[in-house]
Design a protein around this ligand. Sequence first.
Ligand code: MG
Length: 334
Amino acid sequence: MDSQFAFRRYCLAFRHPVRTSHGPWTEREGLYVRVEHPDGTVGLGEAAPVPGFGTETVAEDEACCRSLGGRLGDDAISRVPGHLRALRNALAFAIGGSADNPRHSSLGMAALLPAGRAALAEAPPKADAGFRVFKWKVGMAAAEDEMSLLDDLIGALPPGSRFRLDANGAWDRRTAEKWLDRVSERPVEFVEQPVAHGAKGADDCLVGLAADYPTPIALDESIAGEADVGRWLDRGWRGYYVVKPAVVGDVRAVLARLAKAHARVVFSSALETGIGAQAALRLAFAWQGKALSLGFGVWPLFSDPRFDGPAAAPFLRIDDVNRINPEALWSAAS
Ligand code: MG
């Protein structure tokens, strides 16, 4: 029997513009899908594509939702084109539910630091609150300046603190080498996406850097789709995989492959709202590999706090995830 289908597009202002390599990002666009099954149960999903991440636009998702009509048969997901990755995941969660059996009752969270010198003021209070893993955006200023800032940061934090440095592909190979050399004796858990993906030779460059330096490298922009993850697994990549469940294609299949390969997976936010975050975090809590600190320390994020997930804390409990009420967000988006 068919299910009833509806969708709502949203556009939400961030509390503060998000700095990206494409310039400031001021509002989050996405859409919610709602499926009411014949037995009266309801499932919700969120499609939150990330601009510049090689995935679909919200307009494409909206057009596709319109074409699906008001009723969904069993073939609904197969009617969504493969490149609409965020929408396919949203529908899969809305139709099939997002509850996998949790394997953890709480998971550590990385504190998100602002880029540049502002991190020096924000990091110590976060350490006082209990955070020990700190994510810091780099590649925004001259490497020498950022390297000495990193040392100031390390000096300002308690022993045992660790850093995740995210360059968002901003460095050339030489700069990446300088950084990896520098951090080889610093408490750096990994360096994320040191060089850009997509350019000719980019994959070989990442493999070379990983072979030449002891600090692990994490892939983020390089693994936007399931084909990318497959390609890196086939290459035997032993670094980290930053998985944004909202935008990686066919996320359950991708995670199954990563688990089989005993890959190191960091679950990370795509700056989605609570509906998508709940689905993504449930996957993180169900992850059968080693539990690494979550990259979800982003909230409060929106001007309208009803759309936020749980406020960033050193540990996130599964109860905090389950407390998110998708129907309330759906109503708020009307
Ligand atoms: Mg990243």
